[in-house]
Design a protein around this ligand. Structure first.
Ligand SMILES: [Zn+2]
Length: 154
C-alpha cells in the first residue's frame, strides 16, 4: 500500500483532486490509520490558513471606508442639537395632544362619563378573578423550578 504525502492530503482537503483521485484517497483513508492522522492534520492546517488576508492594510482601509459610508454624516451636522430639537418637538407635540384632548374631553363632558364608566367597571369587575390571576401567577412561578428539577433528574 502506497501512503499519501501531507501535500497530497492537502490537495484532497482543498478539493483540488479529480474524481478518480478523490475516490482513491477516500478508500485509502478507510484502510490506513496512519494516513488518517496525516489527513486530519491537513484539515487542521487548512482550517487555520483559511481566512487569508493578502493585504492587511488594504483590508482594514476597506472596512473603515464601509463604516464611514454607514454614518449619516450629511444628514446631521450636530447630533447633539439634532437630538435636542427632536426631543423638544416631541414634547411640544405631546403637550399639544394632551391639551387638545383635555379641552375636548372637558367641553364634551367625556370626563364625567369616564368617571361613571370607571366606577361601573370597579363595581362590576369580580374581585375573585383578580385574586385567581395572582394565584395562577404564583403557582406557575412555584411550579416552574419543580419542572426543571424533574427534567434534570430524568
Ligand atoms: Zn496510508
Amino acid at each position: 500500500m502506497k501512503h499519501k504525502t501531507f501535500e497530497e492530503w492537502m490537495t484532497y482537503v482543498r478539493d483540488e483532486v479529480d474524481e478518480k483521485t478523490r475516490v482513491e484517497f477516500e478508500n485509502h483513508l478507510y484502510e490506513c490509520d496512519q494516513c488518517m492522522e496525516v489527513y486530519l492534520e491537513a484539515i487542521e492546517r487548512q482550517e487555520t490558513s483559511f481566512p487569508t488576508v493578502t493585504d492587511p492594510d488594504g483590508f482594514t482601509d476597506g472596512i473603515m471606508a464601509m463604516i464611514e459610508q454607514e454614518k449619516p454624516v450629511t444628514k446631521i451636522e450636530n447630533p447633539r442639537t439634532y437630538a435636542k430639537t427632536k426631543f423638544y418637538q416631541k414634547s411640544v407635540f405631546h403637550y399639544l395632544v394632551a391639551a387638545t384632548m383635555t379641552l375636548l374631553l372637558m367641553t364634551t363632558g367625556v370626563f364625567q362619563e369616564l368617571m361613571t364608566i370607571v366606577t361601573d367597571f370597579e363595581n362590576k369587575s369580580p374581585k375573585e378573578s383578580i385574586t385567581e390571576g395572582i394565584m395562577k401567577e404564583t403557582f406557575s412561578f412555584v411550579e416552574e423550578p419543580n419542572q426543571t428539577n424533574k427534567e434534570a433528574n430524568e
